[in-house]
Each structure stands twice: as structure tokens, then as C-alpha cells.
Ligand binder design. Structure first.
Ligand code: GDP
Length: 445
């Protein structure tokens, strides 16, 4: 996800950060590169223009250029603008506050992943929110669409409305509502007919279904791989029905990310979820702040912590959360995280989430290495003294040689680890400054 953009921006910012002082022209030059990177990522032109203007205006301010860490400040400004572009700091979750059965109407083009996503959401509602869900397929156009939903329903343990051949969408929706009421269902998901392109007959059908089912959420499913087309589709649908949100599928295959980046700015609709694979649990709430962090290579610390929370002892998690909330992150913390990474499925699962990890992984793949690197990093930390672990800034050239010898590695491996630690520490501090970890400790409670 966002790999190309992330790499490009990483290069631009490394240059900025590397300088002690910045001139206006440096910022302007950097922004030219950012602009190209965004356009290459297939972000809509007007969105790019607005973004660059806004960031440049803020970044060439004297308070930034004269500050002690101008490069870092510019990155922060870009980060904030990215978060805005993606829809603001908060995740926009599902609004399910209504008398049950709460209806979620799923709409989208054929092949966008609508049926799969309906089942993923149903699973999420059942497992994570403890809701009794039911699904009904109103797709009488695509042969076997109704059967497909039934099979998926069996897989995720969510009931589907029994199929009656020959019924029309509005009839099915009416029957689904009645069944949901009788069976005390909390959330009813209506999978409407897909369409090849936006056509009036199907739009009318969708409106008729909405009129009788009064959906609390109308979610448009679009394929992120189609880039700006996805955004255009969202605009067309949005002009016909009251969309409450967008779900972008195939984010796992979308290295460019243009649809995700332009969607909110162009359509005004929040991205609520991202589909990240074919499996039934490959769906994630869309967190603009975390996505921006991932794009800028600051790493998705909060996601890592959440993942970690699922695999580590509550006690450790709490300790880590408290330290992170204070912006503390030493070698002991890094070691704990490395060990959790091993538990969580190794590098593949986490690449891209952790600062520096993506580059490390690419380098490893090139040299034919694998998760053994995690073990090696662990060994390096193991060769440090307790004092060095809590104060890595003590590590001078001599100490590094000792540690490399002790762990059977090279000094450059020690340096790589230190760099990674520094990046993570910086990200922690940034998160702390932004107040992004508020309530993190509570999250583990
Ligand atoms: P529909 O016609 O919109 O209902 O599309 P389907 O739900 O049948 O999905 C079409 C194909 O896309 C299926 O093979 C799904 O497994 C696949 N798919 C759906 N969402 C995702 C996703 O987020 N990532 C990946 N890689 N594949 C997906």
C-alpha cells in the first residue's frame, strides 16, 4: 500500500532532514518533488495543487525556516496536510445508532468486491461488536450472486436470507426486513445488485430499496486499483444516493494509493474501511492519521501496538503503552517489539507498518535473507549492557565494535538497528506531541 509514494517522499524528506538550515528555495524544490510524487501516485490534479499550495505556504513561514529542526517541521506540516486530505484525525466508524434492525446498504459496481466486503463486514460486526447480523443479496442480475453470499455467510457464521428464485430486489428487501425483525437481528446488510457502469435503471432500483429499508449506512464499495475511476464512480453514486461512506477494496494490491488519497477531497465522503485481501478478515478501519504515518515512513506505531496487544501479556502491553505515552522508547522496548514481531508472523506481516522496516525488508530480500534478521537484531541488543540498552546514545564506535563482535554481526548491522530505533523513537515523540496516544493505556484495559 502506498509503496511508491512512500519511497519517493522518503527520499525527498531525507534530503530536507539532513540539513541544518533551510531556505525558501529548498522548500519550493522539495515541494516540486512532492507534487510529482503525488501525481505519480495518481492523486487527482486539483487535490495535488491545493495540497502543495497549502503546505508550501505554511512551510516557508519564518518560524519554520528559522527553527532548530526545519526539515522535521516541514515533514510534520506535510503529515498534517496528508491527514486532512485523508479525512481528518479520526476514523469515521459505522453509525449503528438506530432502532434495530439497523440497515446497511452496500452498493457498487460489479467486481468491486461488494459481496466479499458485505460478508467481511458482517463477520466484523458479529465478532468485534457482538452484533447479531443478517445478510440478504438483492442481486438478481448476476447469476449465482445470491448463492455466493450464502456460501460466504456460512463461512463467517452469519445468517443469510433464504433465496426465493424470481423475487425482485424490493420484494427481497421487504422480506429481509421482516425476517430481521422476527429474528431480533441487530444489523441487516443488504447487498444490492452490482452494475457494470453507472446506469439509471439500477440507480432507480437502489433508490427504491433505500426508500423502503431506510438504511442508516449506505456504503459504496470501490476498487482502489482503478485509481481515479474509483473516485469518479463515487461521485456518480454520490449524486444519486446519500452515501454515508466508502470502502476501498484491494488496497493490498494498490501500491499507488491515488484513490485513497483523492477520495475524501473530491467526493467529501469518508473512507470507512479498507479491504486488504481475499480472506474474510482482511478488512481494516481506515485511520487517516495512521495511513499518513505509513506513507511518510514514520510507521504505523499505533497499529503495531494494537496488533501486539493481541499477542503479548497484558502486563507488558500496559508497560509499553505507558512508556510510549511518555514518548519513551529505548532498546528494551525495541527488543520487546522485535520479539512480538516474531510472534506476530514476522517481517512479512509487519513490513510497511514500522519505520525503517520496509527498507530493511527490501534489502533483505535482495540479499536473500528472511526473518533471521529479527533474531540477529535481538542478538545485537542482547550484546549491549543494560546501561547501553536504556541509553543507546552512549554507543560510540568502540562500543559498537564490541557489540558487533559479541553478537556475531557487523558494525553496519549495529548502525542499522540504531537508525531504526532512532526513527521509531522519533515517531513516538511525534505521536506524543500530536496527542495521538490518548487513551492508549485504556485500550489495553
Ligand atoms: P462483487 O461483484 O462486487 O460482488 O465482487 P466480489 O465480492 O465477488 O469480489 C470479486 C473478487 O475480488 C473476488 O475474487 C474477491 O475475493 C476479490 N476481492 C474482494 N475484496 C478484495 C480485497 O480487498 N483484496 C483482494 N486482493 N481481493 C479482493
Amino acid at each position: 500500500m502506498f509503496d511508491t509514494l512512500s519511497d519517493r517522499l522518503g527520499g525527498v524528506f531525507d534530503k530536507l532532514r539532513g540539513r541544518g538550515a533551510l531556505k525558501e528555495q529548498d522548500v519550493v524544490d522539495a515541494m516540486r518533488e512532492v507534487r510529482i510524487a503525488l501525481l505519480e501516485a495518481d492523486v487527482a490534479l486539483p487535490v495535488v495543487r491545493r495540497f502543495i499550495d497549502e503546505v508550501t505556504e505554511k512551510a516557508v513561514g519564518q518560524s519554520v525556516l528559522r527553527s532548530v529542526t526545519p526539515g522535521q517541521q516541514v515533514v510534520k506540516i506535510v503529515n498534517d496536510a496528508l491527514v486532512d486530505m485523508l479525512g481528518g484525525e479520526e476514523t469515521v466508524g459505522l453509525d449503528l445508532v438506530a432502532a434495530p434492525p439497523v440497515v446497511i446498504m452496500m452498493v457498487g459496481l460489479q467486481g468491486s468486491g461488494k459481496t466479499t466486503t458485505t460478508a467481511k463486514l458482517a463477520k466484523l460486526l458479529r465478532e468485534k461488536h457482538g452484533k447479531k447480523a443478517m445478510m440478504a443479496s438483492l442481486d438478481v442480475n448476476r447469476p449465482a450472486a445470491q448463492d455466493q453470499l450464502k456460501v460466504l455467510g456460512e463461512q463467517v457464521g452469519v445468517a443469510t436470507l433464504p433465496i426465493i428464485v424470481g423475487q425482485q430486489p424490493v420484494e427481497i428487501a421487504t422480506r429481509a426486513l421482516n425476517a430481521a425483525k422476527l429474528q431480533a437481528v441487530d444489523v441487516l446488510l443488504l447487498d444490492t445488485a452490482g452494475r457494470l457502469h453507472v446506469d439509471q435503471q439500477l440507480m432507480d432500483e437502489m433508490k427504491a430499496v433505500a426508500a423502503i429499508s431506510n438504511p442508516k449506512e449506505t456504503l459504496l464499495v470501490v476498487d482502489s486499483l482503478t485509481g481515479q475511476d474509483a473516485v469518479n464512480v463515487a461521485q456518480s453514486f454520490g449524486s444519486q444516493v446519500d452515501l454515508t461512506g466508502v470502502i476501498l477494496t484491494r488496497m493490498d494490491g494498490d501500491a499507488r494509493g491515488g484513490a485513497a488519497l483523492s477520495m475524501r477531497a473530491v467526493t467529501g465522503k469518508p473512507i470507512k474501511f479498507a479491504g486488504t485481501g481475499e480472506k474474510m478478515d482482511a478488512i481494516e478501519p481506515f485511520h487517516p492519521g495512521r495511513v499518513a504515518g505509513r506513507i511518510l515512513g514514520m510507521g504505523d506505531i499505533v497499529s503495531i501496538v494494537e496488533k501486539a496487544a493481541a499477542t503479548i501479556q497484558a502486563e507488558d502491553a500496559e508497560k509499553l503503552a505507558q512508556r510510549m505515552a511518555k514518548g519513551q522508547f529505548d532498546m528494551n522496548d525495541l527488543r520487546m517489539q522485535l520479539r512480538q514481531m516474531q510472534n506476530m508472523g514476522g517481517l512479512g506481516a509487519l513490513a510497511g507498518m514500522m519505520p525503517g522496516m520496509k527498507k530493511a525488508k527490501a534489502a533483505m530480500q535482495q540479499s536473500g535473507m528472511d526473518d533471521r534478521v529479527l533474531l540477529r537484531m535481538d542478538a545485537i541488543i542482547g550484546s549491549m549492557t543494560p546501561k547501553e540498552r536504556s541509553r543507546p546514545e552512549l554507543l560510540n564506535a568502540k562500543r559498537k565494535i564490541r557489540i558487533a563482535n559479541g553478537s556475531g554481526t557487523q558494525v553496519q548491522d549495529v548502525n542499522k538497528l540504531l537508525k531504526m530505533h532512532q526513527e521509531m523513537e522519533r515517531a513516538m515523540k511525534q505521536i506524543k506531541k500530536m496527542g495521538g496516544l490518548k487513551g492508549l493505556a485504556a485500550m489495553f484495559g
